[in-house]
Design a protein around this ligand. Structure first.
Ligand code: ADP
Ligand code: ZN
Length: 288
C-alpha cells in the first residue's frame, strides 16, 4: 500500500510516501511561502505517485470538526496569508483520494503510538517545543478533542522567580509558548537556543516552564508516558532538569506506577524528527 504523508509546518512542508508499517520510502521538503505557491509544489510531488490516501498533520489552529462548513481549513492562524485556507478541499480536488487531517502534534503523537516510543499505550501525551508549542494528548486510546483540538501550548504559567521577560505569544504574551518556545529563548537570552547549551540558567528556566505544564497535564490526564520533541528538546540536558522539577512540583501528591519511574515516564522522541510524518501515514490509514 502506497500512502502519502504531509507535515505542514510554518517554515517548511515535509512531503513523503510510505506504507502502513511506518516505512518512509521518499521524502522532500518544500518551503512554506503562500498557499498557492506551496500547494502547487506539494501537489506536484504527490501527483503520479499512486498514493491511495493522504494524511496531513498541520500547524494551526485548524478546523477538525467534520460537521463544520470550514472542516479542513486552517482558521485563525497569525501566519500571514494562511488564514481561512482550505487545506483538505484543495488536496481532495487535486489528488482525489481520502484525506486524513489533524494537528501536527496529534500526528506526531500517533507516530509515537504506532511506530515510536509509546507503542501499546493508551494514555500518552506528546509535546513539541519548537517555534511554537503544542501537545497531542491520548486518553483511553482516543485523541483528546472537544469542540476544537487542544491548544496546550497556550496554557498559563507561573513565572520563574526573577524572570522579567515579557513573553513572545502574539495572543497572550506570557503563556507557556510565550515564555518557553525557541523564539522566546532567543529573545530572552539574546542568542539562538542552539547556541546556549552551556548556559545553565537558560535550561533551569526552560525546565521550570515545561515542568509545570507537565504537572498540570499529569493532574488532568494521568498519562502513562510523556514524550517531548521539537527543536528545543534537542538540548538533552533538559530531561534530567524537567524530571527533577516535575518531582518537586508534584510533592508526591499524585503517584502511580508509570510516573514513579520518571526516567521512562518523561522521555525524548526516538523517531529522529520523523514522528510527525510517520503519524501522517496513520492519519491517511484512518481516512481509508
Ligand atoms: P518548527 O517548530 O518550526 O517545526 P523545530 O521543532 O525545529 O521546528 O523548532 C525550531 C525552534 O527550535 C527554533 O526556535 C530553534 O531555535 C530551536 N532549535 C532548533 N534546534 C535546536 C537545538 N539543537 N537546541 C535548541 N533549540 C533548537
Ligand atoms: Zn499564547
Amino acid at each position: 500500500m502506497i500512502i502519502g504523508a504531509l507535515e505542514m509546518g510554518g517554515t517548511k512542508m515535509v512531503c513523503a510516501v510510505g506504507d502502513e508499517n511506518g516505512n518512509i520510502y521518499d521524502k522532500i521538503t518544500v518551503p512554506t511561502t503562500n498557499p498557492k505557491e506551496t500547494f502547487k509544489e506539494v501537489i506536484g510531488y504527490f501527483t503520479g505517485k499512486g498514493i491511495c490516501a493522504l494524511g496531513i498533520g498541520s500547524f494551526g489552529p485548524i478546523d477538525t470538526n467534520k460537521g463544520s462548513k470550514t472542516y479542513g481549513y486552517i482558521t485563525s492562524t497569525p501566519k500571514e496569508g494562511w488564514t481561512d485556507c482550505n487545506v483538505v478541499g484543495t488536496f481532495m480536488e487535486a489528488l482525489n483520494v481520502p484525506i486524513g487531517f489533524d494537528t501536527d502534534v496529534n500526528a506526531a503523537l500517533l507516530g509515537e503510538v504506532y511506530y515510536g516510543g509509546a507503542i501499546g499505550l493508551q494514555n500518552v501525551a506528546y509535546y513539541t517545543i519548537g517555534t511554537g508549542i503544542g501537545a497531542g494528548i491520548m486518553c483511553g486510546g482516543r485523541l483528546l478533542c472537544g469542540v476544537s483540538h487542544t491548544e496546550a501550548g497556550h496554557v498559563l504559567v507561573r513565572r520563574y522567580p526573577g524572570d522579567t521577560y515579557a513573553g513572545k505569544c502574539p495572543f497572550h504574551k506570557d503563556c507557556f509558548e510565550g515564555m518557553a518556545s525557541g523564539p522566546a529563548i532567543h529573545e530572552r537570552w539574546g542568542a539562538p537556543a542552539d547556541e546556549l547549551s552551556d548556559r545553565n540558567e537558560v535550561w533551569e528556566t526552560e525546565a521550570f516552564y515545561i515542568a509545570q505544564c507537565l504537572v498540570n497535564l499529569i493532574l488532568i490526564a494521568s498519562p502513562q508516558r510523556i514524550i517531548l520533541g521539537g527543536g528545543v528538546m534537542h538540548q538533552m540536558q533538559l530531561f534530567p532538569l524537567i524530571r527533577q522539577q516535575v518531582k518537586e512540583m508534584m510533592t508526591g501528591y499524585v503517584k502511580y506506577k508509570e510516573s514513579d519511574d520518571i526516567d521512562t515516564f518523561i522521555v525524548p522522541s526516538q523517531l529522529n524528527d520523523e514522528q510527525g510524518i510517520k503519524g501522517a501515514l496513520r492519519l491517511a490509514l484512518d481516512a481509508l
